[in-house]
Every structure is written in structure tokens, then in C-alpha cells.
Design a protein around this ligand. Structure first.
Ligand SMILES: [Mg+2]
Length: 386
């Protein structure tokens, strides 16, 4: 059983990018809407609940989304606004909360363990949610539960624009009827493997034979078996301003196909590139990480001219991958990180800083050249380098 002493709140802004777009342009409210760009290789970055009714979900190819919903409205996303709203919410939470973790641009964990003596945790959490919606106008949901995993699952169950509290004695009844892929981190591959073992619900998972799960899913199997019982020991990690942005994927089955890894590298790079542009930040360093099945982890990083453009980032990621990847070896995890983040605006100020001027000229010129290129990229099709 989870430790009874813990109490964790998980906050998640609902359809965050879409909600911000609707604040900026109320005409977008209540319609099937996605944030992203049109194009053969682009994917949905975020979608409204109305779009979800058509079967659209984030990370889906844009072409497919358009097929599912012919009247779909696509907006490109408003640079800078998402991080601005995220910061407002972060400030409200950091003012109120003793210990909190910013898990992503729109997601927060707050550790309220032991606070019961001083106030009612549910009322406190409701008040905080009210303050966030009053200040920003953005819908946000929360879960209040005995650990991080359960809090996140409670939030997911409460969405959109709701909340759910889970007491220790309610946990198993909450989990049991859910499908196993409601557990955070259960991907398609694991889900299929479990289905093949005749396990579809969390109830079936917790009653499954542990040896069988370990045989087919390894360590992950034992971990899932615990999660099916509501056990999760991860701590709320105190938040600091992001000095890097990263993404990584652990594969349900080790990957042998280098072409697939290259594809994954592009997908991850585009994800980070998009986040950088939305955050109005550029990166001056990129790191590729590979973990092998024996858990040996290798990484390589390199500095680069400041950029937030996918093609630049992909070129850098590819060349690091080539240096790092051991041909013929299966890969368990692939990760990518961009760091040395710089505010776009700050680049211009640094231009006046005479002491560091010479050193920075090169980077600034590179940035300026990129701005010239933007128009070409936005206009569309060709990979023009001039
Ligand atoms: Mg969200």
C-alpha cells in the first residue's frame, strides 16, 4: 500500500496551447481546433476537446487530423505567449506552495504532505485553482492523491476543468476498472504485450502472476505490477528555472533498426525545436544520449550557433548520433537535450555590451541570418539556404 502520510496535488492546464489561443482570440472557442503547422511531416502539437471528439490527439500527423475532421481549424501557435502564461501560473503556485515541481510547461506537482495539521488540503488546493483561473482565465484541473502517479491519474480522470480527490482507501476501486494504458508511461507496445497476456484492466494486472510479467516485460513488468496496486515512490522534485529542455524515450522493446532511430531523432528534435520557438528561446548546445540494454548510458554534446530551427538542430543531432551510435547494437533509450538557452530579446541587448561584443558577434550574426531565413521557411516548400 502507498504510505498513508503522503499527499500530492497534481495540476494540469487543460489543452494548454489551445486554451491560450482561445484567450487571445475568443472566436476560436468551442470549435475543433489544433495548434501546429500544415504539412506532410508535421504533427498536431495540441488539440481542443472538440477536435478530440473526431479522434484527433496530440502527436498525430497533421494530414491525418485533417482527414478525420475536414472543418478543422489550424493555428500556428503564438510565440512567447505560452511561456508567458506558464510563468504566470508558476509564479502563483510558487507563492502558495511549500514544495512544488514543474513537470512541464503546463503541469505541476505540489507536495502537501503533513500540511493537514495547518489547513484543509482540499480547500487549499481548490483556492489555488480558483486563483489560477481568476488570474489567467485558463481552465486547469487537479488531482489530490497519496502519490504522484495517483495524483496525475486523478487529474486525467477529472479533465476537462475539474478536480478529483483520492483517499488511500479509495485507490484500488479507482484503479481497478481502468485500462492498463491509463497508467502513465504505458505505451502502445507494452499495452499490446499485456493484451496478449490476457491483461486489459488494472484489476487484471494487479492479480497477474509477477513472474509472468517479469518474463515478458522485465523490470518494467515488476514496476507495472506495483503501480497497479497504487504504489509509486517518486518524490516531488523542487523546481528551478529551466536551463535546458530535454526529451527521451525508453523503448518497450530494444531497437535494432538504425533507420527507426534516425526517424525518432527527427521527431524529438522537432518537438524540442517547437518548444524553443514557443518559449522564445534559442539553444547554444545540443546533447544526444543513448542507453543500451545493459543500462550503459553514453552521451555526446556539442556547441552550436544559437538556433531554434529544426533543420539546424536536426543536422547537429544527426552528426552527434553518428559519433555516438554503435552500429549493430540494440538501443534501449534515446534522448535529446538542448541547453545554453538564451532569450531571443537578450541577444539584442548583448549586442550593446562592448566588453563581450567581439565574442558574441559571431553568434548574433548567425541569429540574424536565421531571421532572414524565416520568411523563406514560412513561405513553405523549398529548403533554400540563402
Ligand atoms: Mg495540459
Amino acid at each position: 500500500m502507498p504510505s498513508p502520510a503522503r499527499r500530492i496535488a497534481h495540476f494540469d492546464l487543460d489543452a494548454f496551447f489551445v486554451s491560450v489561443e482561445c484567450l487571445l482570440n475568443p472566436a476560436l472557442k468551442g470549435i475543433p481546433l489544433v495548434v501546429g503547422v500544415r504539412g506532410d511531416r508535421s504533427v498536431v502539437a495540441a488539440c481542443s476537446y472538440e477536435a478530440r471528439k473526431f479522434g484527433i490527439h496530440s502527436a498525430m500527423p497533421m494530414r491525418k487530423a485533417e482527414q478525420l475532421c475536414p472543418n478543422l481549424t489550424i493555428v500556428n501557435g503564438t510565440r512567447g505567449e505560452y511561456s508567458r502564461y506558464s510563468r504566470i501560473v508558476t509564479d502563483i503556485i510558487s507563492e502558495a506552495a511549500p514544495i512544488f515541481e514543474k513537470a512541464s510547461i503546463d503541469e505541476f506537482y505540489i507536495d502537501l504532505t503533513g500540511m493537514d495539521r495547518f489547513f484543509n488540503p482540499l480547500q487549499w488546493t481548490l483556492d489555488l485553482r480558483q486563483k489560477i483561473t481568476d488570474t489567467t482565465g485558463l481552465p486547469i484541473s487537479f488531482g489530490l492523491a497519496p502519490n504522484k502517479m495517483l495524483a496525475k491519474m486523478a487529474t486525467n480522470a477529472a479533465k476537462p476543468n475539474g478536480w478529483k480527490k483520492l483517499e488511500l482507501e479509495e485507490v484500488q476501486a479507482f484503479l481497478d476498472p481502468m485500462r492498463v494504458d491509463a497508467i502513465p508511461g504505458v505505451g502502445d507496445q507494452t499495452f499490446r504485450t499485456l493484451l496478449q497476456l490476457g491483461i486489459e484492466s488494472i484489476h487484471e494486472l494487479r492479480n497477474a502472476n509477477l513472474q509472468l510479467l517479469q518474463k515478458y516485460l522485465g523490470k518494467h513488468g515488476a514496476d507495472l505490477w506495483q503501480k497497479a496496486q497504487g504504489i509509486h515512490t517518486s518524490e516531488v522534485a523542487p523546481w528551478q528555472e529551466a536551463k535546458s529542455i530535454s526529451t527521451e524515450t525508453t523503448y518497450d522493446q530494444d531497437v535494432l533498426d538504425p533507420a527507426f532511430l534516425k526517424q525518432e531523432l527527427i521527431r524529438m528534435t522537432e518537438k524540442l525545436g517547437f518548444e524553443l520557438r514557443q518559449d522564445n528561446k534559442m539553444a547554444g548546445c545540443l546533447t544526444v544520449k543513448i542507453r543500451y540494454p545493459d543500462f550503459e548510458t553514453t552521451s555526446r554534446q556539442a556547441s552550436m550557433d544559437y538556433t531554434f530551427y529544426d533543420d539546424e538542430l536536426i543536422r547537429q543531432a544527426n552528426s552527434l548520433f553518428e559519433l555516438l551510435y554503435r552500429k549493430g547494437q540494440p538501443v534501449r533509450l534515446l534522448g535529446l537535450r538542448v541547453s545554453e538557452l538564451t532569450e531571443e530579446a537578450r541577444q539584442t541587448n548583448l549586442f550593446q555590451d562592448t566588453q563581450r561584443k567581439a565574442e558574441l558577434y559571431k553568434a548574433i550574426d548567425a541569429v540574424k541570418n536565421k531571421f532572414g531565413k524565416t520568411a523563406l521557411f514560412k513561405a513553405g516548400s523549398t529548403k533554400n539556404n540563402k
